[in-house]
Design a protein around this ligand. Structure first.
Ligand code: NAD
Ligand code: ZN
Length: 270
């Protein structure tokens, strides 16, 4: 049975009730799916795509930077932008919410952590077996023959992205090396999607953290979970395209909310 919809804001009485309810749901869950998006990394200083004037697609044009056609047309422009993003990720550190998810997985071996993020903050917080639906920034490969390539030399952080920089060349065929991300118009990695979809079908609780729910097919996962009987909980400071499907919307940030769920935050004394 689905519970009535409710929402909670910050750490107030509503939030305490939400935490208590969620902890009960978590304790009772045999299999939990956690789906994270760019908002998960926002408090580590990595800008999301959407929402606010620091968001990447407010400042940059995705059609010129995040499609295979853009890379083919101007590889130096695209590579320079990704080097800048990689440097930002390298300089960032995981926050308490990333660590809380790693703790939760240690307690709940059935937990599947599926992320749309291309950074490695979940892994650096101790999570293993993370499913990366949209690839991984640092998993460089040749754009022509797909041979893996070694990690790049990164520019200093805090500087504006260089306008242009030629990408490294593939050691096997001489083709241009590209970041390991899924660009607009490209298919998701098949194994990652299969793993995510089966986790959504099998879970009894889906925790959706920091995603706008606008990028498909990832945005379909909460609905798949719900159709198969799971409760859906959203943790996001702002309403999203997924809010209407959630049994509980907790209007808090990832670094505020997740440590409260695992009892890692002192605010609940737990
Ligand atoms: P999005 O940028 O579309 O939406 C971000 C969401 O996070 C918004 O709903 C916003 O309200 C919420 N949010 C902002 N701050 C938050 C916080 N502190 N805690 C919780 N939620 C917060 O992100 P998306 O839905 O993941 O979009 C998908 C695409 O963004 C993916 O393709 C992903 O690869 C890409 N992306 C990834 C990174 C990264 O790897 N860190 C960064 C930017 C974009
Ligand atoms: Zn090659």
């Amino acid at each position: 049975m689905q519970q009535g919809k409710s929402s909670a804001t910050g750490v107030n009485a509503d939030a305490l009730a939400a935490v208590a309810r969620l902890r009960t749901w978590l304790d009772g869950a045999r299999r939990c799916l956690v789906l994270t998006g760019a908002g998960m990394s926002a408090e580590s200083g990595i800008a999301p795509f959407r929402g606010g004037d620091q968001a990447l697609w407010t400042r940059f044009d995705p059609a010129r930077l995040a499609t295979p056609e853009a890379f083919a047309a101007d590889p130096d422009l695209v590579w320079a932008w990704y080097l800048w993003r990689m440097a930002g990720v390298r300089a960032a550190t995981p926050h308490a919410g990333h660590r809380a998810l790693a703790d939760l997985a240690a307690r709940q071996p059935g937990l599947a952590l599926v992320t749309q993020n291309v950074d490695d903050l979940h892994e650096r917080a101790g999570s293993t077996g993370v499913v990366h639906l949209h690839g991984e920034l640092f998993a460089l490969r040749c754009a022509a023959c797909a041979a893996p390539a070694p990690p790049p030399t990164l520019p200093a952080t805090g500087v504006a992205p260089a306008l242009r920089q030629p990408p490294p060349r593939c050691h096997r065929c001489g083709g241009a090396v590209r970041p390991g991300v899924v660009w607009f118009g490209e298919a998701l990695p098949e194994a990652a999607w299969q793993a995510a979809e089966s986790a959504a079908r099998a879970c009894d609780l889906a925790l959706v953290v920091g995603t706008s729910g606008l990028v498909h097919p990832a945005a379909a996962l909460p609905a798949i979970a719900r159709r198969h009987g799971a409760r859906v909980v959203e943790i996001n400071p702002a309403p999203t395209a997924l809010s209407a499907q959630a049994d509980l919307c907790w209007r808090a940030t990832a670094a505020q909310a997740l440590p409260l769920l695992t009892g890692a935050s002192a605010e609940l004394g737990g």
